[in-house]
Design a protein around this ligand. Sequence first.
Ligand SMILES: Cc1ncc(C[n+]2csc(CCOP(=O)(O)OP(=O)(O)O)c2C)c(N)n1
Length: 204
Amino acid sequence: MSFATNQPIRRDQAKVMNRFDITRRMVARLHHDEAVIGGIGYTNFDLWAAGRRPQNFYMLGSMGLAAPIALGVALAQPQRKVIALEGDGSILMQLGSLATIAARRQKNLAVVIMDNGTYQITGGQLTSTELGADVVAIARGAGIGQSAWAADESAFEELIDLALREDGPWLIGCRIDREKPADTTERDPPRIRDQFMRGLGVTK
Ligand SMILES: Cc1ncc(C[n+]2csc(CCOP(=O)(O)OP(=O)(O)O)c2C)c(N)n1
């Protein structure tokens, strides 16, 4: 798929996929120790369930920090590709980070939004994406020109490959269902931090 020539689709045209399934598909395409930051909510639970990698960081605690943390990692290690996985509720709390990522023209960074239209982990309250907000359009408006909804699973894989191969920043919107995550992230923040720092080669 050529990103430039492919017709962009709207949120309501995108297939509703499964978060664990697409997370697994994404992880299977990582071959160069790419860093992956899983946002709070069920996003990092399914990243955890998709198999532990020392280059994964699981955000526990505050919403909206996957993209800013990923930006920090991308700035510190420009040779490494970095992917932020974030829920729709969480990115809505931190929209300014999209403008910062765009302004930095952060080549080695991709943000994947898992949009289930709810704050699922806290009981399924509806978010604004279910009421008309389109995070891909917002990202484009923030200046991330390479922003697209994944039409389906194979389009998602193509977008991930493109983001891993070519300069970003990228933003990939994924509509997902409200299935429970496949596992629960171990709540041990110091261990998560230490393993991630080792995984990035920052400490031994
Ligand atoms: C700043 C902040 N506000 C509220 C919370 C409580 N909280 C934790 S996760 C969450 C919902 C996350 O929603 P979303 O990012 O859409 O992910 P999902 O649960 O749907 O996977 C809320 C409200 C929090 N942890 N931090």
